[in-house]
Ligand binder design. Sequence first.
Ligand SMILES: [Zn+2]
Length: 491
Amino acid sequence: MNVIIALFIGIRSLDLTTMRIRTFLTLIISITLFIGCSSGSTEHTYLVIKGATVFDGNGGQPIENSEILIRDNAIDCIGEAGDCSVTMGTEVVDAAGKFITPGLIDAHMHFFQTGFFDSRPDAMDLNETYPFTEIAAYQERNPERYYDTYLCSGVTGVYDVGGMSWSVALQEQAEENPKAPHVAAAGPLLTPVPGAPFDLPSDRVLVQLDSEETGVKMVQYMSALGSTGVKFWMIRADDEDYMSRVRAAADEIEKHDNQMIVHATTLEQAKAAVKSGAKLLVHSVQDRLIDEEFINLMKEQGTIYNPTLIVGAGYTVAFRGAADIAPIPITDPNGCVDQRTRELITTASQFKDHPRMSEAFKDRLQAFDPDTGMSSDVMLQNLKRLYEAGIPIVVGTDAGNPGTLHGISIYDEMEMMQEAGIDPNDLIVMATKNGAMAMRREDDFGTLEKDKLANLIILESNPAEDISNMRSLSHVMIKGKLMDVTTVQRH
Ligand SMILES: [Zn+2]
C-alpha cells in the first residue's frame, strides 16, 4: 500500500508545483519511508486473478466468473466478480475461460527415493553402477530438483511419510523457500524387521521395534525434532508381544500430540492399526474386501485412507524398463522431470543382463499388461466402499519408489482413483483439502479461502468433468508467487 499512497501524494504534488523529476522521486522515496516507518509495516504486493471458474477445495458448486485477490503470499479476498475491492496498482491476471483449484497435495512420497532402483537396493542391487551411499547423500543434499518437479506438476504440498531423519528438516527448509512446496515429514519408520539395505550405519530408514523402550524413545526423538507423524512399516496383528510395543509407541505419540501412520495391506493389519489409534492408513487393504466393522472403526477414529493405487505396478514397469522389455513411460509435456531423473529412467535398460533378470522373472515381466494391470480390483472396490461410507481419502502416490516418479505421478494416481468410481468433483477435495488435513496444515492451505496461503493452479479444462483435465495446467501459484509451469524446472 505504501507505494500506492506515495504515488498519489507524489502526483498531486507534481500538479501543484513544477518540481524536477529528481526532486519528485526523492519526495516519493521519503514519503514511502516515512509512511513505512510510522506504520511499522512493509510494502505489500497485490495481484488479482479474474474470470476463472474456481473450485475452492471444499466441494460443492464452483464459483463462476470469480475474483481472487492475493496480498503478498495469502488470499485477501475470494468471490464473484466485483466482490473484492481491488486498488490501483494491483497486477491483474485475466483467467476468463480457465479453471482454478487449490494447489494439489501428494500425501505420500519419499524424498530419499529417486524413482528407480538405485535408492531401493533391496528390490534390485545397483551398487556397482550407483553406490547407494552416494545416492543417499545426494538425495539429502538435493531436494530442490524435486521441489521444482512438484511445483511444475501443480503439487504445492507433499507429505514424506518415511525416510531418514534429515527429511524432517526439509519441513522448515521448504517453508522458508519461496519456490518450494510445503513439506511434512515423518522420518524413520518403526518396523518388526531388523533393517534393510537402504539403512546406513549412520542414518536409518527402518528402526526395529524390538522393545517398548525403543518405540517410546523413537517417538520422543522424532516428536522433539518436529516430525509430522510416526509411521509403522507394517504391524504384526497376530503377535501379542509386538502389538503391546505398538501400543506403547502409540500412547507416546498421543502424549506428544503427534499422529500415527500405518502401512497396512491386509484387513487384519488395517483393523489392528486403526484400533491402536492410526490417523493415516497408507496403501490399500489388498487381501480381501473390507467389512462394516472396518468402516465403523475408521469412522470412530477419524482415520484418513491413502490408497496408493499405482505404486505396486510401478515396480513392474520399472523392472520392465531395466529388462529392456518396454521403456519406463514419462508423460511430461511441461518438462517437469529433472535431468538426473530423466537420465536414470531413460538408461534403465543398461541393467538388462543384471543377475536379478532371471528368465523366469523376465517371463513374468513380459506377461504384465500395463493397460489392465496397473491396480487390483480389490483395491479399487475397497476404495469405492470407503468413499461411499464418507471416510476421508487422500491422494498419495508413494512417489520415489521405482517407476513412480516424483510430481508427474499424481495424475496417474488421480485417474486410477476416478476409475475406482470416485466423482472427479470429490477427487478435487481429496487432492487438496484432505491432503492438507493429513499434513496437519488445513489451517494454512488446502482450500481457497481468505487468509489461507495463496497456493493454486490454473487449468485450461474443467477438472470436475474428468480428473485427467488436471493435466491441462498452465500455471501454479505457490505462497503467492505465480509461475508458468513450463519455466519451473531448473535442474
Ligand atoms: Zn511409501
